[in-house]
Design a protein. Structure first.
Length: 461
């Protein structure tokens, strides 16, 4: 609630477009309620971490509950039901998941337990759960992500407690009229280095509910051996490599996750393995997806499918793995059991000024002026007369044996090496293009013959 004329807000003011998503909220308000008299402020508060500067707008604060969704300015003028669509049920009055999914347009919203933070921050948890006609994306973004930020007082969505609470909220939808089964989603938080936002993790709740029979789960994939399974169209063989004690401890009934199925390998590794462990096993959750034990257990699950070639005897194998960046982890399926770990070794044969590799400004592009029509300096601007000398020195300075020693030491085993056509083949003339562009391409081709580049390419491999 806005209690004074002054409110300290976050300093991000460089992205007015951030307000676009919130402006429709104002559309349903009566004109006299949009701004209380005497208030003129320059900032529209969107979230605790996103502020856009505007002239002549009131300071708006979103308050998330059923009865009063919008409070405007210090006078606390409230708009009853300004976001009424978030709480509308429109006939979705069922009190069980199964009954709810039988109703057209209705979705089941739930919170997994235990979640002390959820109940501490939300007094009436029932207002966020049950059978509703809400949109899952809007629900996870507005009711959960923004709602919990406001109610908890947490300002940084990277807070582990906040993210854990968000992930306790799940959404279950039916798969369509006349069909059995259900699709589960989980609210989540995605962050890069600059900001965070709400995310719906599609399929995060195991897609096959406990009340779905084995026959429903694998309608045409009933084979009891891998060989028979791979001969059935659309079927794949799911298995857990033994020994793996923690697999059974964390997954429960392994037979629910193995055998001949028509599941997608990618959804299997992401939803039925990665998210299932985090959701169902306290021990797995405590270990965390970055732990050695968690990664080892996930990698014990693999999927085999036929390659599709007529008479082809060999199958294609995926194994489950975990991918993490600096902020979060997720399950994924890797082709084969190669544990490929790759790096990009770019900017050598196709130099770019912004990469700043050794010698870039000192001699490669020294005294070179960009073309009138070009955005930046490129090797196309280097004249042929001394292009070879510059390029040879640049390659010598930037392809070093110690680079590959460091890569191997860090566990990388695969390299991406960008090459231009002029590094590999010599052609008559240039590729077709506008005359001024063709002239610049001819500079590239004139530095040295393709066979001369080979010694540096060989140095990499």
């Amino acid at each position: 609630d806005v209690g004074s004329d002054q409110l300290k807000v976050n300093s991000r003011t460089d992205a007015p477009r951030d307000t676009d998503a919130m402006l429709p909220v104002l559309a349903g308000l009566p004109a006299q309620r949009k701004c209380s008299s005497g208030i003129s402020m320059r900032s529209l508060l969107i979230t605790a971490g996103s502020v856009a500067a505007f002239s002549g707008l009131c300071l708006l604060f979103l308050r998330w509950n059923r009865t009063s969704s919008l409070l405007v300015g210090p006078s606390h003028v409230a708009s009853e039901g300004a976001m009424e669509s978030l709480a509308a049920v429109n006939g979705c009055g069922a009190n069980t998941e199964d009954a709810c999914l039988q109703l057209g347009g209705c979705t089941w919203f739930t919170v997994t337990k235990p979640c002390p933070a959820c109940h501490s921050w939300v007094n009436d948890i029932d207002s966020l759960t049950g059978c509703r006609d809400w949109n899952p994306v809007n629900y996870c973004r507005d009711q959960i992500y923004f709602g919990l930020l406001v109610k908890s007082g947490i300002q940084d969505p990277r807070n582990p407690t906040f993210q854990d609470a968000v992930r306790h909220f799940h959404v279950v939808q039916g798969v369509g009229a006349g069909k059995k089964g259900r699709i589960g989603h989980m609210c989540n938080v995605w962050c890069d280095f600059n900001h965070c936002e709400s995310q719906v993790q599609v399929g995060s709740v195991p897609a096959i509910s406990s009340k779905t029979s084995a026959a429903d789960a694998k309608p045409q994939c009933g084979a009891d051996s891998k060989d028979k399974c791979l001969k059935s169209p659309g079927c794949r063989w799911f298995e857990s490599r033994k020994p793996c004690k923690l697999c059974e401890d964390w997954a429960g009934d392994i037979e629910e996750l193995t055998g001949c199925r028509n599941w997608s390998p990618y959804e299997f590794c992401r939803d039925q393995i990665f998210w299932r462990f985090l959701d169902k096993s306290p021990a797995a959750k405590a270990a965390g997806p970055r732990s050695t034990d968690f990664i080892d257990v996930v990698r014990h699950f693999q999927v085999t499918q036929s390659r599709g070639s007529i008479g082809g005897p060999h199958g294609k194998t995926f194994f489950c793995d975990i991918w993490c960046d600096s902020t979060h982890c997720e399950g994924q399926a890797r082709a084969n059991n190669s544990l490929m770990r790759g790096l990009n070794y770019g900017g050598r044969f196709v130099p770019e000024n912004f990469l700043g590799l050794n010698g870039t400004g000192e001699y490669l592009f020294k005294d070179i002026k960009k073309s009138v029509d070009a955005r930046v300096i490129t090797p196309c601007d280097i004249p042929v007369r001394d292009g070879r000398k510059r390029m040879a020195r640049f390659l010598d300075d930037n392809i070093k044996p110690e680079h590959f020693d460091i890569m191997a030491l860090k566990g990388f085993n695969t390299l991406r090496l960008p090459l231009g056509y002029w590094n590999l083949i010599d052609i008559q003339g240039t590729p077709d293009g506008p005359p001024d562009v063709k002239a610049r391409w001819s500079n590239l081709q004139g530095f040295m013959k393709a066979k001369v580049y080979k010694k540096w390419i060989d140095r990499v491999f």
